[in-house]
Design a protein around this ligand. Structure first.
Ligand code: NAP
Ligand code: MG
Length: 495
């Protein structure tokens, strides 16, 4: 697929309000949100926030537009998604620039994020033709038993700030392609790349007005109301385990019950066994931990090396970590740019201070400059310490010593999370056996933990979430089954 076309299109502008009922307009909330570039501190746009009445209007608009959309031929829905693919290509540089500026993505990360959104749109364009109903055998004479697959109706999407465009779009694309309406709430750090930019693209692609709404509002005003509303049939949430659990509870205590799809936190281990290629394992660990400053749910959050190769691996790892270039995310060779905001930086500084106070061996470190935190590596970290048990979401890496393969598997499983994982060994069968022991959604043998493919099942076990994204899993998540029978011949009833 081509990745660029002559860009004659004027850049989008005016990201200063809401996209509700097909109109770009200010929110009715009292406050405005300053959307800042985390590296330069510059205010990129000011957005007047939405209130409850805006949210209600967005839901009503999605519900009203959804009926005709669900009835439209697959060619029409696939056509919108195919035009989205073309627009993503023609606006590639504009999108990458937004991802660098609003999210503090390095150029490399922004390019990867664009690629994943593009792959999602290509995959979603195929979905309208992949939905199948069924005719089932049935023991009642003269009866036909059918199963229809229908859109859920309206789907609420709530997304985080770290890969905002990808993580919003991985729900928005398939949900729309499968005949649903969508109300999206992006994270307050990324209202443009997590929401308004996606809406502009779908509007330009000719999506019927009103079907897709983006609401940017304060959590105190619209957070719980998104889940408590009677309109959505599914809340598709990506974010922290704490908020995900809260949304799960609300969804089942709301006046109208609804489904939840929860993609939550992680503490992904990368395990280095005694027969591993140590250079490869060190390179993979560094990329898998430090890409996007470690702010990825599937980041290598812990590296576990077995005793016999531990010291050799630790020195190779430390050398690579110390060589990483930090600073301006706009430069192509910068590996580590800014973390998203001051709050995240404060959390990371506390974790680093605690690791130092606990006496963990600091093999790489340094002081932050504004929001840029140099990469930190701590060795000999106990597997049950706070540092190893918490999701770090920053450029800080604990190295843990395991006695042997068995012990490494126990440590790998020894957290509340079960998202991604990785194991390095020169013996592929050993790698597969190791994978089988892990209670996780995803394992990569001889690669790092940060992998996603639009056609593969993405998701976690334990406190990493409920449900899967990608390929046929999207059909399962964003539609529902409806059993319909037809009694052709009169049925004799017993009384
Ligand atoms: P977060 O604090 O849980 O926020 C996620 C989203 O939920 C934001 O849009 C937030 O809005 C919103 N929110 C907060 N309270 C809410 C409520 N009561 N009702 C409805 N929405 C509410 O997470 P984050 O800090 O943005 O993201 C980092 C976390 O996401 C990490 O734990 C990471 O592992 C996880 N994550 C998981 C995946 C995955 O696929 N498993 C992918 C990426 C990230 P505001 O921003 O306006 O507060
Ligand atoms: Mg910002």
């Amino acid at each position: 697929m081509k990745t660029s076309s002559p860009a004659t299109t004027a850049p989008y502008n005016g990201f200063d309000g809401q996209y509700i009922a097909g109109a770009w307009r200010p929110g009715r909330g009292a406050a405005a949100l300053a959307d800042r570039d985390p590296y330069t501190g510059e205010v990129l746009t000011q957005i007047t926030l939405a209130d409850r009445s805006d949210l209600d209007e967005a839901y009503a608009s999605s519900a009203a537009a959804q009926r005709a959309w669900a009835a439209s031929p697959p060619a029409e829905r696939a056509g919108v998604l195919r035009r989205v693919v073309v627009i993503l290509e023609s606006r590639r540089e504009e999108i990458i620039t937004w991802l660098v500026r609003e999210v503090g993505s390095t150029r490399l990360k922004a390019q990867l994020e664009w690629q994943t959104v593009h792959a999602q749109a290509v995959e979603a364009a195929s979905l309208p033709y992949r939905v199948e109903g069924r005719i089932l055998p049935i023991d009642i004479a003269g009866k036909e038993s059918r199963v229809y697959r229908r859109p859920v109706g309206v789907i609420a999407v709530i997304s985080p700030w770290n890969w905002p465009m990808t993580l919003s779009h991985r729900s928005v694309g398939p949900a729309l392609a499968l005949g649903n309406g969508v109300v999206l709430k992006p994270a307050d750090d990324t209202p443009v790349t997590g929401g308004l930019l996606i809406a502009r693209i779908y509007e330009e692609a000719g999506l019927p007005a009103g079907l897709f709404n983006v609401v940017v509002g304060a959590i105190e005003d619209i957070g719980d109301a998104m889940t408590l509303s009677d309109v959505p049939g599914l809340i598709s949430f990506t974010g922290s385990t704490k908020v995900g659990r809260h949304i799960g509870c609300l969804a089942t205590s709301a006046p109208m019950l609804k489904r939840v799809a929860l993609e939550l936190g992680g503490n992904s281990p990368l395990v280095v066994l005694d027969d591993a290629d140590l250079d490869l394992a060190a390179a993979a660990t560094v990329f898998g931990r430090f890409i996007h400053q470690g702010q990825i749910c599937m980041s290598v959050n812990r590296v576990i090396a077995v005793d016999s190769i531990y010291d050799a691996f630790a020195s190779k790892l430390a050398e690579r970590v110390r060589g990483l270039k930090c600073g301006d995310p706009r430069l192509q060779d910068t590996a580590i740019g800014p973390v998203i905001n001051r709050r995240q930086m404060d959390v990371l500084k506390k974790r680093i201070a605690a690791a130092r106070a606990a006496g963990f061996r600091e093999l790489a470190g340094g002081e932050p400059k504004e929001l840029v935190l140099p990469p930190h590596l701590f060795a000999d970290v106990p597997f049950d310490s706070d540092l190893a048990q918490s999701e770090l979401f920053g450029p800080v890496l604990p190295l843990i010593r395991a006695r042997d393969e068995d012990h490494a598997a126990q440590i790998a499983n020894g957290t509340e999370y079960g998202l991604s994982s990785a194991v390095f060994t020169r013996d592929e069968r050993r790698g597969l056996r190791f994978a089988e022991r892990l209670k996780v959604g995803m394992t990569h043998i001889n690669d790092m933990t940060v992998n996603a493919a639009a056609n593969a099942p993405f998701g976690g076990e334990k406190n990493s979430g409920l449900g899967r994204f990608g390929g046929d899993a999207n059909i399962h998540e964003f539609t529902t089954e409806h059993w319909v029978t037809v009694q052709h011949a009169a049925r004799p009833y017993p009384f």
